[in-house]
Design a protein around this ligand. Structure first.
Ligand code: AKB
Length: 318
């Protein structure tokens, strides 16, 4: 049975990944490293939790040794738009947490998952059906940290056989914990506004296409890549994965099927728009499909139906 440490377990992905991993490997085999509040409801009752500042390597090392951890999920990052406002913070947090995890993993024999992102691509990357192996010259500090993360993770595998694996996540849509500071966050916020009966101010222009994924598929991707047969992996860091690609008009039209009165207006945020314009419209994820059987289950229609049902319950709107 795996013994897993999640660092950054209270964020958008971590708060749901911890629940899913515990359902597979057992509550006591998944240790949640936390640092930044707010903490999800019932967080401290659900299983072992340890305060970890990912920039302090000894805190990671002590926890790994105490709990005999064999797999680290490193989910610590400052997302793209916030990192553009605070580039030094974006760099320090993204690279500091990654290097600490890799060094502890090397010493203690752990596998490491650190998500990459569509942000690892840039304005010179082919925008449609973006290949697995292509130009990666991002124009954001977040993207630079992600490219470095991919390269250094492959380096630790090639040089010291640290079992590093990862995926390039698109925007993730979810109902439990809000994302913060990302360029794709609008695709979550729009649902909250619709269900609350408010109008939505969209920060991106109509026609801005980006890859997206519903949380259950993102959890499958993070778990399946770590369970994949290493003999089948030609790539490691990181695999293109996607479930859908849409622009603001398409998600608005889907939500209007449930809330015909819902209104969306545009007030473009130049920073977010320039980041989104530098990212792909839609990825080619055939390497992930061929090398470890990646297959998403949620398209825009299914995501919309499930998000609305969950947010109606959460916000007491039905
Ligand atoms: C962001 O928008 O910064 C993230 C991402 C796509 O990596 N959601």
């Amino acid at each position: 049975m795996k013994k897993i440490l999640i660092i950054g377990s209270t964020g958008q992905i971590g708060s749901e990944l911890s629940v899913r991993l515990r359902s597979i490997y057992g509550d006591s085999n998944v240790i949640c490293g936390y640092y930044t509040p707010p903490y999800p409801d019932g967080f401290f009752e659900a299983g072992p939790a340890v305060e970890i500042n990912a920039l302090h390597i000894e805190q990671i090392a002590d926890t790994v040794k105490q709990y005999k951890i064999d797999t680290i999920y490193n989910l610590v990052a400052i997302l793209s738009a916030t990192a553009e406002k605070y580039p030094k913070l974006g760099w320090d947090v993204g690279i500091g947490s990654l290097m600490n995890c890799l060094d502890v993993a090397r010493e203690c024999g752990c596998a490491v998952f650190t998500p990459s992102s569509i942000g690892a691509f840039g304005p010179n990357t082919p925008q449609d059906h973006t290949p697995q192996d292509t130009i990666q010259r991002p124009s954001t500090v977040y993207g630079i940290t992600k490219v470095l993360g991919e390269l250094v993770s492959d380096y630790y595998f090639d040089r010291w056989q640290v079992d590093t694996r990862s995926v390039r996540f698109p925007g993730i849509i979810s109902s439990m914990t809000l994302p913060g500071g990302g360029t794709t966050d609008y695709a979550v916020e729009i649902f909250y506004k619709a269900v609350a009966g408010e109008s939505f101010v969209c920060p991106l222009k109509a026609g801005t296409f980006m890859d997206m994924m519903y949380m259950p598929d993102a959890l499958d991707a993070a778990i399946d890549i770590m369970e994949a047969d290493p003999k089948r992996l030609i790539h490691r860091n990181s695999f293109n994965v996607t479930s859908m690609s849409f622009d603001p008009e398409m998600i608005y039209a889907q939500i209007k099927k449930y809330y015909p009165e819902f209104q969306m207006i545009y007030d473009v945020d130049p920073l977010k728009q320039s980041i989104a314009d530098s990212w792909p419209n839609c990825l080619d994820d055939s390497c992930a499909r061929n090398e470890w059987g990646w297959k998403p289950h949620f398209n825009l229609e299914r995501t919309t139906a499930d998000m609305i049902k969950r947010l109606q319950n959460k916000l007491g709107k039905k």
